[in-house]
Design a protein around this ligand. Structure first.
Ligand code: HDE
Length: 693
């Protein structure tokens, strides 16, 4: 009797905050449906006694919790995803029978997951890395997964090298670090010994490796596929995604600081944009090649370390992807999503690209270890939604389908007895592999057409603008400075001489090392016509759309200037984020309070695309004593952002080393004048703030 009273009293501690239910549909139950009376206290032998093994409610709850984690993806573990749709705008009926590529105007549901490659699931969003760009289209002919990257080429030409590549880039086996970073011995050791990786290395070391937002990245199918038309004629195809918001990257110093300020920077950015109805959108395009056109290319279309410049073979835009819904549950959807390059639909087929061929095995296999069952296709995010999925595969772990009848084999004649005989193959509408002729002996060899490893690396480097080349060279200097093995650095420098003599010299200078002999390439590189489409800078129009401008205010700030900046920014498609020393806001000159969206220490300028510093004399005097305010201005300037200011903020700018230039704008005079520089970065400023290689 005493015990019972005390139990009720204990349950009542905080009971006012505690909601209870009596209606069956509202109450908490065990996994097997038994209603739970108390979800706060375990069953004990007396109020101060040991917990009883008999407590099945406690055991079930804890045991389920103990098993909440599943193995993370061995690569691409860190990811963020969203639902959306694909809409075809131009039919490819001439080339394929795939409904998703021929029914103009039709919207197909999809789920897209972006990821980094090297880091674990809990690692930061902004390391220098390749980004995964995986799209699952729920088509009426089954799921089509286009599992691509934000870089159009890959490090290796054959799948058999993939485990070595990944072992080398992940944290070193003995030390368990560095996490999510390629700047260490083993990665550069592997790369130096693998000249075919040089082209992709250029991309990874370029600004593409440190994107500003997942919404501002291009995407590529990388491997060559085939489209098959009604006559059975194959056409090679390469797939492209182009962001409506344009491409944009961070500065390296900025990416490093964002990692501390907001490790979830990209995930939050994607989530918030969609939650606010600012839906990210990409154009979908294809490059198409007949066999004759492919044969005429200077490179092998089956070689995944090569691209085909869009200046030579333009991208035909045929549709768009809009991401318009955040996942309801991160684990159920983003984590359990299983992408498979083998998910293709009738009218699309593989090529013999030896990297793709290996991928066709790997993904199905990895899902078995990650999701633990051959029935992972029944998890809602992986289920075909555009059509039924049915066959005679049965049973297995976590079977959730309840099949009726006894037809679980084929052929069967049960229908003749009036029973349901089950699904049947469809010789006409079913998937058919294109009857491509094959020949040759069984060999472990690579085609000679794969042997030129440097020409396209050179093409990429020489196609970049001057600031992009400087960033690329500086990135290699940074990474090689973290490498401790001199012979590894020497080998890389030797390889770089085959890419571009100037690049090699700049890197050697940056390391303060002599330039070694060039390594001997298997095939001498050739000079190709530069391809401006390989740049980020200038490729898309400058814009404030999807960008965020921080306005720093303190007590005494002029509300009229705040309003005019807000109007100008929002009028140009950007959004505004008010930063103040205290989260409750600042008292403006007119006595009103302006609520803050973020407190200064937690909202450094690295998180924004441009900043406006609107201060009174007193407010500025106070902020001169606040390191976070000085860093706010200093970093914005150092990261080449537009800095708007009121003249009263000048002492803060002086202390932060902000010098006048076209991107430093007096917004008390004109908020509009701030907009043009705010749409981009001030590249001319860079030599003033950073020593680049
Ligand atoms: Fe992957 N890759 N990969 N990969 N990959 C995986 O599958 C693999 C490659 C890519 O958001 C794994 O489900 C091999 C190229 C993305 O869930 C695994 C080879 C490209 C994602 C795997 C490659 C990619 C993965 C790990 C060389 C760009 C994340 C977890 C033959 C075209 C998908 C998983 C998501 C994931 C294997 C090369 C893109 C282990 C063996 C090239 C975007 O199966």
């Amino acid at each position: 009797m005493t015990t019972r009273k005390i139990t009720e009293a204990t349950a009542g501690d905080g009971g006012e905050l505690h909601q209870t239910a009596s209606a069956p549909e509202a109450r908490t139950t065990t996994n097997h449906g038994a209603p739970i009376s108390d979800n706060q206290n375990s069953l004990k032998a007396g109020t101060r006694g040991s917990t009883l093994l008999e407590d099945f409610i406690l055991r079930e709850k804890i045991q389920h919790f103990d098993h909440e984690r599943i193995p993370e993806r061995i690569v691409h573990a860190r990811g963020s995803a969203a639902h959306g749709f694909f809409e075809l705008t131009d039919s490819l009926a001439e080339f394929t029978t795939a409904k998703i590529l021929t029914e103009v105007g039709k919207k197909t549901e999809l789920f897209t997951r972006f990821s980094t490659v090297a880091g674990g699931a809990g690692s930061v969003d902004t390391p220098r890395d390749v980004r995964g760009f995986a799209v699952k289209f729920y088509t009426v002919e089954g799921n089509w997964d286009l599992v691509g990257n934000n870089i159009p080429v890959f490090f290796i030409q054959d799948a058999i090298k993939f485990p070595d590549l990944i072992h080398s880039v992940k944290m070193e086996a003995d030390k368990g670090y560095p996490q999510a970073a390629s700047a260490h011995d083993t990665f550069w050791d592997f790369i130096g010994l693998m000249p075919e990786s040089t082209h992709m290395l250029m991309w990874a070391m370029s600004d593409r490796g440190i994107p500003r937002s997942l919404r501002m990245m291009e995407g590529f199918g990388v491997n060559t596929f085939r489209l098959i038309n009604a006559e059975g004629t194959p056409t090679f195809v390469k797939f492209h995604w182009r962001p409506k918001l344009g491409t944009q990257s961070t500065c390296w110093d900025e990416a490093v600081k964002i990692a501390g300020a907001d490790p979830d920077y990209h995930r939050r950015d994607l989530y918030e944009a969609i939650a606010q109805g600012d839906f990210p959108e990409w154009e979908f395009g294809v490059q198409l090649f007949s066999q004759a056109e492919a044969d005429a290319l200077p490179f092998d279309i089956l070689d995944p370390t090569k691209l085909v410049p869009e200046e030579d073979h333009p991208i035909r835009v045929i549709g768009r992807m809009v991401l318009n819904r955040n996942p309801d549950n991160f684990f159920a959807e983003t984590e359990q999503a299983a992408f498979l390059p083998t998910n293709i639909v009738p009218g699309i087929d593989f090529s013999e690209d030896p990297l793709l061929q290996g991928r066709l095995f790997s993904y199905q296999d990895t899902q078995l270890s990650r999701l633990g069952t051959v029935n992972f296709h029944q998890i809602p995010i992986n289920q075909a939604k555009g059509c039924p999925f049915q066959n005679f595969q049965r049973d297995g772990h976590m079977q959730t389908q309840v099949f009726k009848g006894r037809a679980n084999y084929e052929p069967n004649s049960l229908a003749e007895n009036g029973e349901d005989g089950g699904p049947r193959e469809d010789p006409k509408g079913g998937f058919r592999t294109a009857p491509i002729a094959v020949e040759g002996e069984k060999v472990r060899l690579r085609a000679e057409t794969f042997a030129d490893h440097y020409s396209q690396a050179r093409l990429f480097f020489r196609s970049q603008t001057a600031p992009e080349q400087a960033h690329l060279a500086s990135a290699i200097v940074f990474e090689l400075s973290k490498v401790s093995l001199d012979h590894v650095r020497q080998r890389i420098l030797g390889n770089l001489r085959n890419v571009d003599e100037d690049l090699a010299k700049r890197v050697a200078n940056g390391l303060n090392l002599p330039l070694p002999k060039a390594s001997s390439p298997a095939v001498a590189p050739v000079d190709l016509e530069p391809s401006p489409a390989l740049r980020i800078l200038g490729k898309y129009p400058d814009t404030l759309k999807g960008r965020k401008v921080a306005i720093l205010v303190a007590d005494g700030s002029d509300g009229a200037v705040v309003s005019s900046v807000r109007k100008a920014v929002e009028g140009d498609g950007g959004s505004v984020f008010i930063v103040a020393p205290k989260i409750g806001g600042a008292k403006l000159a007119d006595g009103s309070t302006l609520a803050a969206d973020g407190q200064l220490a937690g909202s450094p300028s690295v998180l924004f695309d441009a900043v406006a510093i609107i201060l009174s004399d007193d407010g500025c005097a106070q902020l001169l004593k606040e390191g976070a305010a000085v860093d706010f201005a200093k970093d914005a300037f150092g990261h080449l952002k537009a800095v708007g200011f009121t003249p009263q903020a000048q002492p803060l700018l002086d202390k932060a080393g902000v010098e006048p230039d076209d991107g430093v704008v007096d917004i008390a005079q004109s908020a509009k004048a701030f907009i043009e520089p705010a749409r981009t970065r001030q590249w001319d400023r860079e030599p003033k703030v950073r020593m680049l290689a």
